[in-house]
Ligand binder design. Sequence first.
Ligand code: NAD
Length: 283
Amino acid sequence: MPDTSPFSRVTVLGLGVLGAQIALQTAAHGFATTAYDIDDDALVTGRGRLDAFAAQAAAQMPDGDAYRAAPGQIRLAADLAEAVREADLVIEAVPERLDLKREVWARVGAAAPESTVFATNSSSLLPSAIADATGRPDRFLALHFANHVWVNNTAEVMGTPRTDPAVADRVQAFAESIGMVAIRLHKEQPGYVLNSLLIPLLGAAAELLVKGVADPETIDLTWRKATGAPAGPFQIYDVVGLRTAYAIASADPRSAPFAAYLKEHYLDRGKLGVESGEGFYRY
Ligand code: NAD
């Protein structure tokens, strides 16, 4: 009989931008939550992130009190083995480096109970590149959240060919129980569903702009009117942030003209998108 039991104790590894949000969301939905980071200094920084995200989420969500209370309910740990010893589910959100993730998972695999399920929040690494390091590839998969998890509440559930489908079912049920819209993938895909769609759209918009075909307002208007989408690609660029857009464009020689355009017209003038008050639009 496959195990279909819900998880009750969840440990999040890494209290950075995403780990803090995942821990907050999990605790705000009543799960016993532990958050691990490398040392006490990192935990102090992480605690500050929890408080800041809790204030943001409380202002944006109807159940604000649950978010306000959540940071105080999260157990903080700087000892990895102790942090995962009683976990039903471990969600990893450590920096996006394959060697680091494999090393962390090997340590978690040695310390966690045999029944514990493991999930990585990696954005760009395929879970099959990490699976064997965990020592239990059948209980390992990707659970990918988006930044500002409480409002941008997709959770992409993506196994490897070795993931037990019953484990993916349990992770999907967990994601839904913390307020996520679970997106189940049938096979591994770099970029999951979201970025597989979004990155080509943003790239095509950038090309139309630098070729001089149309301006950002016209390109966005076309996309919104013709498809009913609430935002066009340049509105999305402003939300993502133009520093990130520049970093991505600079990494691909085919996007060099857009990288140069962004630098000259936006970054060098302090226009970084929504966060600076101006990007392709003013805020
Ligand atoms: P971050 O740099 O903000 O946080 C990483 C955290 O991990 C830090 O608190 C750091 O102290 C900690 N850390 C470093 N080494 C560690 C170790 N050995 N063990 C445990 N913790 C360690 O990074 P982030 O933006 O939160 O990204 C984390 C993961 O989430 C990455 O895989 C990233 O691809 C993914 N992700 C990020 C976003 C995003 O928008 N930032 C969105 C979806 C997924």
